[in-house]
Design a protein. Sequence first.
Lengths: 205, 205
Amino acid sequence: MNNPFHTCHNSRIAGCDFAIYPMTDQFVDVITTALKEVDTSKVWVKTTDVGTCVRGKITHVFDVTKALFLHAAQTGYHVVFSGTYSIGCPGDSDGDVFLAEDDRRLNEAESKKIKQEVAGKFSLYPLGGGDYMNLIYDQIEAMKKQNIRVSSIHYATRLDGDGKDVFNGLEQVFVHMEHNGSSHTVMTTTISANSPSKKDVNSDD
Amino acid sequence: MNNPFHTCHNSRIAGCDFAIYPMTDQFVDVITTALKEVDTSKVWVKTTDVGTCVRGKITHVFDVTKALFLHAAQTGYHVVFSGTYSIGCPGDSDGDVFLAEDDRRLNEAESKKIKQEVAGKFSLYPLGGGDYMNLIYDQIEAMKKQNIRVSSIHYATRLDGDGKDVFNGLEQVFVHMEHNGSSHTVMTTTISANSPSKKDVNSDD
């Protein structure tokens, strides 16, 4: 690789660097149980003390991250997923072999059974292009066509609804960006379940 | 504002949208106690169920976020700070009045007393420009001159060291980007304290 301090890839392998934060003394159990319940065999996975990175086809990256969050949230604890999805980053090549997997999603059937209200937000960063704000606005409009409540907050767009719909909306944004030829797309998201705080959606949206 | 679904600003007000995740049943206490201990009077603050946003001068945005994390980490619980720093985003104008504050940092003296080993990571997203990768590489090089261990991970750069040094390094990156004329800079970071997991720094860095 050209620069050892920025390792990502110029193939079309997608990835997500994420962590799940269970706000409970049982946080280790919540995470290890979720990891056991989710089939990660179609993605490259690396877990460290600062998070987990999965890499592979877009469809499997979203299948796995959605399933991990939904299983952790199912415990009933206040659980937050925080992740950065990326595709097209110049750099290395770990996990390229996973691009040969077929498109059958290994966790979709189980995820479909889980109903979980969430409050989330996302930000989209199309890199290297000058017209990036219009690309962002277009994707926010597309998100409003999903079965999700979409509203405005600083530095991000707020999403309220069922966890599956929120993750599906995020995946659609990512797929749209890729189909529209964005060379390097980054999307960050934070999704919260079972928060003891009252929902605080802007009343003017 | 032109588009109600992306509210940020075209003045040079900086901001950070963040959350602190204490992995304990006492998570509410940890956060409310930290908020009481930190003086936020020089920044605009809004807290919702999906996070807190502070806005103002760069110096105060970092002073406040650093202090909140350090105070929360001082409890000894496994605590993670996850934040998005932003400046130059086109949009609204909440909090512009805080740009008139002087530069004296209200929490620096207390923060200096707190010694806290952390493991973190950051990603820099200079938006709207074509030469963004070189801007990123330059700032990673600058970070290596701080008193921090810098190494490579997917989609981010890992930072290990004292919490104060890590936050100071992040602030320097942000200030450099601003001085170099970047029109719209976004920097995401995750900083973890008191993790029960073994440090997992790449051996080849």
